[in-house]
Design a protein. Structure first.
Length: 202
């Protein structure tokens, strides 16, 4: 461990590896609201946050549990389609509160193309918010709709139906055939848009 009269103890959150203060400072200097995206084992959480002298203030938030509670989402709450819907929901809530732009804050998550974080950001942008992000980082439309999951379910059904039942037990327990995930995604997306009086686009 470093010692000496000039040694400075890092901030606690830096020591714990949960905050990159150099990166945070650059985000705060923009003066714009931050689109904060975080994921857990089971959920996706997205927030619009503004910095205040006493600390960050959450202006609006969306949680993947809302998809299940308010819109009848039956699939996993932490996959790519769910992440997109959380972003869409957050973006529509933000617009309703007069927020028109934000900058992405992915924290310490690795910024890799096609991951759930960028699915959230794509949803926020599709809702109508201005968020600077390279489109090449977004998942393909087919993955956002969950077609990769449906295709895998079809593959398992043809090869090993028992394995299908094991891998998609939570889907089946809720009454959702995983092969129908893209149509279920479309239905839930339409419900979200309708609740905010937005046009339902294909």
């Amino acid at each position: 461990m470093a010692k000496g009269p000039r040694y400075k103890v890092p901030f606690r959150r830096r020591r714990e590896g949960v905050t990159n203060y150099y990166k945070r400072r650059k985000l705060l200097l923009s003066g714009k609201p931050r689109l904060v995206v975080r994921k857990t084992i089971n959920h996706i959480i997205a927030q619009i946050v503004v910095a205040k002298p006493i600390g960050d203030e959450v202006i609006v938030s969306a949680h993947s549990n809302e998809l299940r509670r308010d819109y009848g989402w039956l699939a996993d709450t932490n996959n790519i389609p769910a992440a997109y819907l959380v972003g869409l929901l957050l973006g529509l809530k933000a617009l309703k509160k007069g927020i028109k732009e934000a900058i992405p804050d992915v924290g310490l998550h690795r910024a890799l193309p096609g991951v759930r974080i960028f699915s959230v950001i794509r949803g926020v942008i599709d809702a109508g918010l201005k968020v600077p992000c390279d489109p090449s980082m977004f998942p393909q439309d087919e993955r956002i709709r969950g077609e990769h999951i449906a295709n895998y379910a079809k593959f398992l059904e043809s090869r090993d139906p028992e394995e299908l039942s094991k891998r998609f037990s939570r889907y089946l327990a809720k009454g959702l055939d995983p092969k129908e995930l893209p149509s279920h995604f479309k239905k839930v997306k339409s419900m979200i848009l309708a609740r905010f009086n937005m046009p339902v686009l294909e």
